[in-house]
Design a protein around this ligand. Structure first.
Ligand code: PEP
Ligand code: MG
Length: 325
């Protein structure tokens, strides 16, 4: 099966009724880029930069980050790469930068909240990303945004980083695209407002599910309650995707749910434009995409949106899978 999957790596990601869904890859390291290309991904939809900061004993310098981002951008040969700014806190720690102990780290000092507080770290990373943008199709994405103020502050820092580089005569793409992840319910609810500030949005379902359901994604005692098919999650996904369409910016998905084969009819039915998936599962999703019909999925999603339980939703999805086979 693996070998036959490889045969579809270069086939355009179109449904039977010719809906195009960009299939991008999630990466934690540039070492994965070979596989990204081999599996025919149209780009990188999420580069988790925190791994560049982890497993070492000091912060990576601007030059060091620049070299990594530039290498990634150049290896992708014009395909887009979305570089997400540092997302630590929660479950991810840096040994050399101890964070204060918190009762609820997932509700605490993490991601963009740290970047907007430690602007020295943030500006270093923004300059490194900007410099790399000269060498490829680089985009920036801010994690864990909750309010429009945070987006505006992050954008102001980006403008400052541009001024700093310009004054030194360092080249970069002045029109670099800026996006944010939708991972917090507040952000999902005001997605239309946030959309008006950025060029693209990506739904981080791993965190969004945890926050919508109040279920810690790391807690094994309640793992059975961590349910991406809860009707509240599905309705919220629709809200975000519709908001993006109204404002006219692309919306993608970069959480694990993007690579869950069962969820594909939901994405097609809601009209998603991009899925960013781990390199390992990308071709399986593509295989199903090629034999799916977007119009059928739209009708299915209408039925899913009035389901009262996740069991009903999963049952509808399972029936569709059987019909396709
Ligand atoms: C997410 O939350 O869905 C996401 C993609 O980010 P991470 O898994 O890195 O928290
Ligand atoms: Mg997340």
């Amino acid at each position: 099966f693996k070998e036959s999957l490889q045969e579809i790596a270069d086939v355009a990601p179109l449904t039977l009724d010719k809906s195009l869904v960009h299939l991008h890859a999630n990466i934690n390291s540039v070492m994965e880029i070979d596989q990204v290309l081999r599996n025919g991904a149209s780009g990188v939809g999420l580069f988790r930069t925190e791994y560049l900061y982890m497993d070492r004993d000091s912060l990576p310098s601007e030059d060091e980050q620049f070299e990594v981002y530039r290498h990634a951008a150049m290896s992708l040969k014009g395909r887009p790469i979305v570089i997400r700014t540092l997302d630590i806190g929660g479950d991810k720690k840096l040994d050399y930068m101890p964070l204060a102990k918190e009762d609820n780290p997932f509700l605490g000092y993490r991601a963009i909240r740290i970047s907007l507080d430690r602007t020295d770290l943030f500006l270093t990373q923004l300059r490194a990303i900007l410099r790399a943008s000269y060498y490829g199709n680089v985009k920036i994405m801010y994690p864990m945004v909750t309010s429009i103020e945070e987006v505006r502050q992050a954008k102001a820092h980006l403008e400052r980083a541009k001024v700093e580089l310009s004054s030194l005569g360092v080249p970069f793409n002045p029109n670099i695209e800026v996006g944010l992840t939708i991972e917090v319910p507040a952000a999902a609810i005001i997605a239309d407002v946030l959309a008006s500030e950025v060029n693209f949005m990506s739904i981080g379902t791993n965190d969004l599910v945890q926050y919508v359901l109040a279920v810690d994604r790391m807690n094994e005692n309640i793992a059975h309650l961590y349910n991406p098919y809860h009707p509240a999650v599905i309705r919220l996904l629709k809200l975000v995707i519709d908001a993006g369409k109204r404002v006219g910016i692309p919306v993608g998905v970069c959480g694990e749910m993007a690579g869950d084969i069962r969820a594909l009819p939901i994405w097609l039915g809601l009209g998603i434009e991009e899925l960013s998936i781990s390199v390992q599962t990308l071709l399986q999703v593509k295989h199903r995409l090629l034999s799916s019909d977007a119009a059928t999925c739209k009708a299915l999603v209408d039925r899913i949106l009035v389901c009262k339980t996740s069991d009903e939703i999963l049952e509808l999805l399972a029936q569709t899978e059987q019909i396709e086979q």
